[in-house]
Design a binder for this molecule. Structure first.
Ligand SMILES: Cc1ncc(COP(=O)(O)O)c(C=O)c1O
Length: 333
């Protein structure tokens, strides 16, 4: 239990941390009555539309990058270096934000051994905005390659900063603590109480920020359920706990939110569409006219749908699905 005075002080510290406002906020909250009906009733369903945050179809990445780029600007950085796969939402969002802020961007990207028959859309966008692409062929090469490039740039008198994978650092995760504050204001204005939140989690920054933000801004009874599209719940939970601790250190407050992560909706693996995910994607599109993505959000929605069908969520409650974007993957882009 956090003492109200400690919470108030932590919020004051949080609000003093620099952030660039580059997205469109607050993102809407929409009711999903037809999806609910298609599931045969159950809890009232809502969606937080963070697929609409703005730049580069960046989804959840924008909130994280707003804190990361603010810190980079404070260090007078002229270049950002980050990494990911060729279709990484994080890489594309970073390239777009760097372009908007007039910074150079270097993307260390895992490429397949066989070249693509056509340029994936994400890569085409990154090239369009002038990012320098450095290919690597193994994930273990990413971090040392970023370090090497940073050293080369420093030797040329440039001022690079490295953004770790997914911007999932305590600094980046602050973006989702701020999202919790945004949600709290929206719920207050509507006199709405959300009991359970479903959200996709992978590199952990999004869930960490939201879980930390819940302790500061939301009803402490709100249950947050992370859904993994790739790694085991134990490994993501360990990362999330470390990031939450880092946020607590920044705000001088001990944060210990309950971390719940499901890993039974991964299917055959990262980036491989699952049957339940495809059904969730089609059902959400057909009932609500909302597009999910096959890699992340469809799997998270499959979890929500499964829980509703299993009667695991009380009918008299409100359940919010946090859309984190990524729809470019719908077009195998
Ligand atoms: C669309 C989408 N949703 C969810 C996530 C998961 O966010 P995080 O990596 O912060 O856990 C990602 C990033 O990997 C993503 O691109």
């Amino acid at each position: 239990m956090i003492h109200p005075i400690d919470r108030a002080r932590a919020i004051e510290r949080f609000e003093a941390i620099p952030r660039l406002a580059l997205g469109h906020y607050p993102t809407p909250i929409e009711k999903l009555p037809r999806l609910r009906e298609a599931l045969g009733g159950g809890p009232r369903l809502w969606m937080k539309r963070d697929d609409l945050t703005g730049p580069g179809c960046g989804g959840n990445k924008i909130r994280k990058l707003e804190y990361i780029f603010a810190a980079a600007q404070a260090e007078a950085a002229d270049t950002v270096i980050t990494c990911g796969g060729v279709r990484s939402n994080h890489c594309r969002a970073t390239a777009m934000m760097a372009a908007k802020l007039g910074l150079h961007c270097v993307l260390v990207q895992n490429q397949p051994a066989q070249p693509y028959p056509h340029t994936p859309a994400s890569l085409a966008i990154e090239q369009m905005v002038g990012a320098r692409i450095v290919p690597v062929y193994d994930r273990t090469e990413r971090a040392p390659t970023m370090e090497r490039i940073a050293n080369e740039l420093r030797a040329e008198g440039r001022r690079p900063v490295i953004i770790p994978l997914g911007a999932s650092t305590p600094q980046g995760a602050l973006g989702f603590a701020s999202a919790a504050s945004e949600l709290a204001a929206q719920l207050d204005a509507r006199e709405l109480r959300i009991d359970t939140i479903f959200i996709c989690c992978s590199s952990g920054g999004t869930l960490s920020g939201l879980a930390a933000g819940k302790e500061l801004f939301l009803n402490p009874q709100t249950r947050i359920i992370g859904v993994s599209p790739d790694d085991s719940s134990e490994s993501i939970a360990a990362t999330v706990r470390t990031i939450v601790q880092g946020i607590g250190e920044r705000l001088s407050i001990a944060l210990d939110p309950t971390i719940e992560i499901l890993d039974e909706f991964i299917g055959e693996g990262y980036g491989i569409e699952s049957e339940a995910g495809r059904e969730a994607l089609n059902l959400t599109a057909r009932t609500e006219g909302i597009l999910l993505d096959p890699v992340y959000t469809a799997k998270a929605m499959a979890a929500l749908i499964h829980w509703v069908r299993q009667g695991k969520l009380n009918k008299d409650t409100n359940v919010l699905f946090w859309h984190t974007g990524g729809q470019m993957a719908l077009f195998h882009a």
